[in-house]
Design a protein around this ligand. Structure first.
Ligand SMILES: C[S@@+](CC[C@H](N)C(=O)[O-])C[C@H]1O[C@@H](n2cnc3c(N)ncnc32)[C@H](O)[C@@H]1O
Length: 398
């Protein structure tokens, strides 16, 4: 039986119903019961169930198509989301792009919407088969797929590409890794090959990857994008152009549920003066996660004329409200020294939200002490260290 016949068994209405009915069944139960369909392996059904569940939010276009084939969970975890794939497609331009780490093909699907001819290369045969099948299903015509080592492919091709894209595998011998030297392929070993074969290079690295290390290990950096979705850093994207000299321009994006984003741009090369520290004023500010990852929070706070609560407390304050602030903004109602007895009296069984920043207790330890309930839209108790010692700040989120 060829692969298309194998995949087509999953299109059967009864099979599709079984998958939908079991989206919330614990996986061990499914394994125990086994496949109710003689010709379909339970592992294949589990991949579809796990894949569909994950795709609902992460990959809505794939989720809408019942016939999409999903890879095992371990591969699905490594794919880009639709939002971040769309972001990358906005960055690239030109007529040719090669993806050296094709995977499930999410990034490439969006690259094909922007670039004339996309080349997908993937080492893992099962993933390659699945991606190729799905590209056909999604009617992608301007893509060529190759199941081989992409470094060898690049070494042997005569083509020069407008872009090379690499999202190296962050699993090596079953272990999760985040350093470039441990990711696959090890791109640090092939810098001159990339330089010979493309005009622009885009490298995706883990959110855990150290930015300063990136500036040391890579070269020709034109721009770094720090991409967050709902205030969670998802990707660091390094755009490299050999013709330009290294630049430390960082763009920090934060996408919301509706794919709208805010962006801040900064040049890390410029030098700024030190930020002033001051006790809590009328407004309190917490930067979004992309800005925190950039390490430019103090510099950006200076631009907004903010003060910091304490050298190691990443909360900022001002007398005037700054609506364009890239992050969360609170109106301060009260700020005082922490007295748990008094706070318990006031908040026992009441709803509030807790934040612990540079404070000796975690939010769950604080909740245990206060016996409060967590919830409510705008009320916050912020436990933190200020220039005047440990404080609790009562505030409303604006
Ligand atoms: C993080 S995943 C890519 C995910 C992809 N960007 C997506 O959105 O679906 C990395 C992929 O690179 C593949 N890979 C690693 N080394 C490779 C090599 N030398 N040649 C081709 N593919 C490779 C892995 O098998 C894995 O599927």
């Amino acid at each position: 039986m060829n692969l298309e016949e194998e995949y087509s068994k999953l299109d059967d209405p009864e099979v599709l119903k079984f998958i939908d009915d079991n989206l919330h069944t614990p996986i061990p139960d499914l394994v125990l019961k086994g496949s109710p369909f003689k010709a379909i392996d339970i592992d294949l059904l589990i991949n579809q169930i796990v894949g569909k569940k994950k795709a609902r939010k992460k990959l809505p276009t794939w989720y809408k198509n019942e016939k999409i084939i999903y890879p095992p969970k371990v591969n699905l975890e490594q794919t880009s989301s639709e939002i971040t794939a769309l972001h990358k497609a906005k960055v690239v331009h030109g007529s040719s792009l090669i993806d050296l780490t094709g995977g499930f093909g999410i990034d490439d699907y969006y690259f094909t919407k922007k670039i004339g001819e996309v080349t997908y290369v993937e080492l893992n045969q099962d993933l390659y088969n699945i991606a190729e099948h799905n590209f056909k299903l999604l009617k992608v015509r301007n893509i060529s797929c190759f199941n081989q080592d992409s470094i060898e492919y690049l070494q042997n091709t005569q083509s020069i590409f407008d872009w090379v894209y690499i999202d190296p595998s962050r699993r090596n011998k079953g272990q999760k890794v985040f350093l470039l030297e441990n990711s696959l392929p090890n791109i640090l070993n092939h810098k001159s090959l990339f330089k010979d074969k493309c005009r622009n290079l885009m490298i995706k690295t883990s959110p855990m990857y150290d930015i300063e290390m990136g500036y040391k290990e890579l070269f020709g950096i034109k721009e770094l994008h720090i991409v967050s979705v709902k205030n969670d850093v998802k990707e660091l994207l390094w755009s490299i152009d050999w013709r330009e000299k290294n630049s430390k321009v960082i763009k920090m994006y934060n996408y919301d549920e509706e794919n709208k984003y805010s962006v801040s741009k900064y040049d890390k090369d410029q030098t700024y003066s030190n930020i002033n520290v001051e006790d809590c004023q009328e407004y309190l500010y917490e930067f979004n996660s992309s800005i925190m990852k950039s390490g430019l929070n103090d510099d950006i706070a200076l631009k907004y004329k903010l003060k910091k609560l304490e050298n190691n407390t990443n909360l900022y304050t001002s007398e005037n409200r700054i609506n364009s602030f890239p992050g969360k903004l609170y109106l301060v109602k009260n700020s005082e020294s922490v007295n748990f007895k008094k706070l318990k009296h006031r908040y026992k069984n009441e709803f509030t939200n807790l934040i612990s920043k540079n404070f000796k207790l975690t939010t769950s330890q604080i909740q245990n002490k206060l016996n409060c309930k967590i919830g409510g839209d705008t009320d916050f108790l912020i436990f933190t260290k200020t220039i005047e010692g440990y404080k609790v700040i009562e505030a409303s989120k604006l």
